[in-house]
Ligand binder design. Structure first.
Ligand code: SF4
Length: 292
């Protein structure tokens, strides 16, 4: 849940999730619809799906235990090097480091080198003995992440109260390296077209679309937009910006009152549905509901 999501956002979801699924077994017996319903509003829904699939794999193939090698952990859906190493450290106390943005920044500052000049895996391998000498690998990985987030922060690091300032080349050097600027997320433009049944307060949605990041979710008709031209037979409603996963979307919302909808579409209430509706689509519901 914490991947790409702030702790304060996650807390109520985590509590509700743990209450519903207190054990791996209880999660593994659930359905995707029920898990997604609990995840509703948290975004990045692939995490929920992967978690459910993983619980089933662990129960059925690994005797309810997490594998102990990176190769086997990475066979679980959605787990790459970063999560795999974090799990090995947190669950099995293995001497591994989850290399995230915070960790990279700390190492690059200590060495006073640009991140793209460092081979982090090699660096960790060479310094393994020193890095893991406390034998508290799980705490060390957690501490490194927190240190990057709270002390060696992206802007204005707290160097004067930093406990490793005496070995930090960034702190000691008069010639501090300059971090290469991170490329800005590109905004993509989309047009969204809502068929509305005004009498019944319904909207037409489909799961058949080619938006990979909302794969298998109900959304209205959506098309990538390349111009700001008026669109025949559709009424312009509003423009809004939205972040989904790591994508920035600039959306023009259109609608029309129509009882005829394309064959792959279904009617949904603008108020209450039993089906799981992603928060992206719910935002559109809110906008559309304002139409008189
Ligand atoms: S001295 Fe400053 S730059 Fe160096 S590790 Fe500490 S907080 Fe980061």
């Amino acid at each position: 849940m914490l991947q790409q999501t702030q702790v304060k956002t996650v807390i109520p979801y985590f509590k509700a999730f743990i209450l519903k699924y207190p054990t791996l077994k209880s999660l593994s017996l659930s359905s995707e619809t029920r898990v997604l319903k609990l995840w509703e509003g948290l975004g990045y829904y692939r995490r929920a799906r992967n978690l459910l699939i993983t619980s089933k794999i662990l129960i059925n193939e690994h005797n309810s235990k997490l594998p102990k090698s990176l190769i086997n952990i990475k066979k679980l859906p959605g787990i790459g090097d970063y999560t795999g190493n974090a799990l090995l450290a947190f669950i099995h106390d293995h001497p591994t480091i989850a290399i995230d943005g915070n960790v990279k920044r700390v190492f690059s500052r200590v060495l006073n080198k640009n991140e793209n000049e460092i081979d982090f895996n090699k660096l960790i391998e060479i310094n393994k003995k020193n890095l893991f000498k406390t034998k508290r690998n799980s705490d060390f990985v957690e501490a490194l992440m927190e240190f990057g987030a709270l002390i060696c922060k992206p802007k204005e690091p707290k160097c004067y109260s930093c406990s490793i300032k005496n070995t930090c080349k960034y702190f000691k050097s008069d010639k501090k390296f300059k971090q290469t600027k991170i490329l800005k997320v590109k905004t993509k433009k989309y047009n969204i077209f809502c068929y509305i049944d005004k009498m019944k307060n319904k909207i037409a949605l489909t799961k058949k679309h080619n938006l990979g990041f909302l794969d298998k979710f109900y959304i209205p008709l959506i098309r990538e937009s390349h111009s700001n031209k008026k669109i025949k037979n559709w009424i312009f409603h509003s423009n809004f910006k939205n972040f989904i996963s790591n994508k920035k979307l600039n959306i023009n919302l259109y609608y029309k009152f129509s009882l005829k909808i394309p064959s792959q579409y279904q009617w949904f209430s603008l108020k209450k549905n039993n089906e799981f509706i992603p928060s992206f689509t719910k935002k559109i519901f809110k906008q559309i509901s304002k139409i008189n």
